[in-house]
Design a protein around this ligand. Sequence first.
Ligand code: PMV
Length: 413
Amino acid sequence: GEKWVLMKTAQTPTNIAVIKYWGKRDETLILPVNDSISVTLDPAHLCTTTTVAVSPAFQQDRMWLNGKEMSLSGGRYQNCLREIRKRAREVEDKERGIKIEKKDWEKLHLHIASYNNFPTAAGLASSAAGFACLVYRTNGFGFDAVFALAKLMNVSEDESQLSAISRQGSGSACRSLFGGFVKWIMGKEDDGSDSLAVQLVDEKHWEDLFIIIAVVSSRQKETSSTSGMRESVETSSLLQHRAKEVVPKRTIQMEEAIQNRDFASFAKLACADSNQFHAVCLDTLPPIFYMNDTSHRQVLIYICWFLLGDVGEKNMYKTKEVLIEMVKSWLWDIVVLGSIPVKSRDMNLWRTTSQKSVIEVAYTFDAGPNAVLIARDRKAAAQLIQRLLFYFPPKSDTDLDSYLLGDKTILKD
Ligand code: PMV
């Protein structure tokens, strides 16, 4: 037979939702029950690279993730492959004397190989980063794969239409189409034609933000987002309330906060939305636990910091003692800060203190225990790393790396 192979490669950054997508109104087309908003990470730090190849020598469609072969039998992959094949056009490589006609794509088989440039950590690697979903979310087809296939097959569709195809592989993947902040509009139509990703602002708009991922577990998570969402849609009344009453308003507020670079509002909305997503998971029968004890401890540390505000360098040691006591006791009894007894359960005090202090960091948790922390700027990011290192001392250099997957120069400042 013929010996030639044609290849194309595409890369997709990962995205982290600040207004979560949780629940489908149509499982086949992947249409969500609410809008969602995400921030796209720098592909140099977190992304998936997929190479696709076609050759008359290939006997069947096959796929590998990080060198390990995965099954392509799921409906999602088949849907994506079918949609792409339908749009395939003639391809010619004159130099090598290869010509694939439109009709040939039906018979030719594909090999798909995908690599992550980040630790394959549960939940951290949202299926948004393409093939990560094959491990963590059990099914899905990332935008990188769709994009590479489209390049290989000379598909003429624009990016927005390609995003709609990749949405049928994995919902959150469609938001990786753009940089900056992206909204996935749920749409109204039954055929999904108006369910697509739009860019709210580009990556230049809010350049000061730093995203830090605290990896607490690299174990594969137990409930895939597909079955988790299905169970939540079927059993959680909180999900219905969230989709109808909460997210529509919150999305507008979040868009405003992003437009105005209003970090305090942004942080409150992002944290609240993460909390509600995990509350929906708990409201599911049987309940789904994505966050673990370490995740809860991180939230507690965050709250302590928020409550106490920026205490300045010289009070740092004392503050650390106070904070660690609070964290250790797991209680909100009485915290003594300086000479003022502070009853931390007191909501009035909470309000006055939080009004005075500046919110520096937002947290959000996806379908896994790892905290994604969004810092206002480099200074806040450096402080945050110091705190994380204090509460979760690394055991080795490799551990240390996992505190900061991206820009390691932050700590040097
Ligand atoms: O795209 P999926 O099926 O992996 O679902 C993603 C769900 C969350 O990550 C929890 C939320 C989101 O909007 O990304």
